[in-house]
Design a protein around this ligand. Structure first.
Ligand SMILES: Nc1ncnc2c1ncn2[C@@H]1O[C@H](COP(=O)(O)OP(=O)(O)O)[C@@H](O)[C@H]1O
Ligand SMILES: [Mg+2]
Length: 365
């Protein structure tokens, strides 16, 4: 099978690497040849928003998928819908936080209160409805906490408006969560569904810093799987889908979804029977899904802004190191590592000492 991957970032790269053992041949499309993906697979060079380029890629492969969900729908018009997995509709909904949250509500998936904001008058009205604290976000193209402002007091409102005005916005209730969790699910071409265990995510400055899995809580697992099932079924989805949740007093509130493999699922490369990358490929290629059970207890640490040396990381015998082959820049995800342990307590102790070690070396953690 030949799989076209729109966007050749680290997600595309890890998809490609998971595909080779299955005989899946990747072909990327991205703007330059200087990408994480191009180091491990063939690349077409072109604008990922160009319909002609996407049609050219589609003609060369059996199925098209994404490493980045923000490709404009116009760019995909010349490709038969059946060749795009997951479906265009799921991509469109997840591109806009208003559409995403509206769909969650429709499917009985709880969300924070939210309102669309297109003017200063809207903002004041939305604040009247939602109150403070709140989060003002751009509806489209936000990632890693970019395009967001937290409003804690009335004095924050003007600054947030100054920063974000001019784009379609959404105001959300600020959720005082107990923890952030995510669920990664996968639906095969014939409708089979599988879920990884819940993962617990710690963000700072809007960027995922580390993930621990499995996070065991039967009641929350049941809720998360029900929400995931509703969304997968709604779209007749094919591939991997991630949903990010806030856990508040035993209840899950959905924050956002990603119609693709997800940073909080990188631990599955070593920590689960089948990785999220392999399962995404199995699904979009019409193959049987692989097992999603955890192998022990994993923690994944993102390397942001600066990568520790491979030699230093590999002093730790239980650590798996992933370098995405990117040049360093503050706030940029350059790689990650996953550590595995036999018990949750042992994993947590190791995680603590590793975070200390990487911080000492100047990592942004
Ligand atoms: N409504 C909210 N209440 C509390 N924290 C929030 C809220 N929205 C976002 N955050 C925090 O900011 C992080 C990034 O926001 P998110 O909506 O996931 O956007 P992104 O697309 O940048 O990942 C979240 O993981 C969470 O830590
Ligand atoms: Mg997020």
């Amino acid at each position: 099978m030949k799989v076209g991957i729109i966007g050749a970032g680290q997600l595309g790269r890890m998809l490609a690497l998971a595909g080779y053992p299955l005989g899946v041949e990747p072909l990327f499309l991205d703007r330059t040849s200087n990408t994480p993906g191009a180091q491990v697979g063939k690349s077409l060079i072109g604008d990922i928003a160009d319909p002609a380029k996407i049609a050219e890629l589609a003609a060369l492969v059996d199925v098209l998928t994404f490493d980045w969900e923000n490709v404009p729908s116009k760019a995909r018009e010349r490709v038969p819908a059946a060749k795009i997995r997951p479906c265009v509709r799921a991509l469109e909904v997840s591109q806009d936080r208003m559409h995403e949250k509206t769909l969650f509500r429709l499917l009985d998936v709880p969300t924070a209160e939210f309102a669309a904001v297109d003017s200063r008058v809207d903002l004041d009205r939305a604040l009247g409805q939602i109150g403070l604290p709140a989060v003002l976000k751009t509806r489209v193209l936000g990632y890693d906490g970019k395009g967001q402002a937290v409003l804690r007091t009335p004095a924050d409102v003007d600054a947030a408006w100054e920063k974000l005005q001019g784009k379609p916005l959404i105001l959300e209730d600020f959720v005082a969560f107990d923890r952030e969790l995510s669920l990664i699910g996968v639906r095969g071409a014939k409708g089979a569904m599988a879920y990884y265990p819940l993962a617990e995510n710690v963000h700072s400055g809007g960027i995922l810093r580390y993930t621990r899995a499995p996070f065991r809580n039967k009641a929350l697992e049941r809720q998360a799987e029900r929400h995931m099932r509703n969304v997968l079924r709604h779209f007749e989805y094919i591939g991997v889908l991630a949903i990010e949740f806030f856990a508040v007093r035993g209840r899950l509130i959905a924050n956002e979804m990603a119609p693709r493999v997800h940073n909080s699922g990188h631990w599955t490369i070593e920590g689960a029977t089948t990785s999220q990358f392999e399962n995404h490929l199995r699904a979009i290629c019409g193959l049987e899904l692989g097992g999603t059970a955890p192998r022990g207890h994993s923690a994944m640490i993102n390397f942001i802004g600066r990568l520790p040396s491979v030699a230093c990381a590999l002093e730790e015998p239980d650590l798996h190191f992933h370098d995405y082959g990117k040049s360093a820049r503050p706030g940029r995800k350059l790689g990650h590592c996953t550590l595995m342990a036999e018990t949750a307590a042992r994993r947590d102790a190791r995680l603590k000492s590793l975070l200390r070690k990487f911080r000492r070396q100047g990592a942004e953690l």
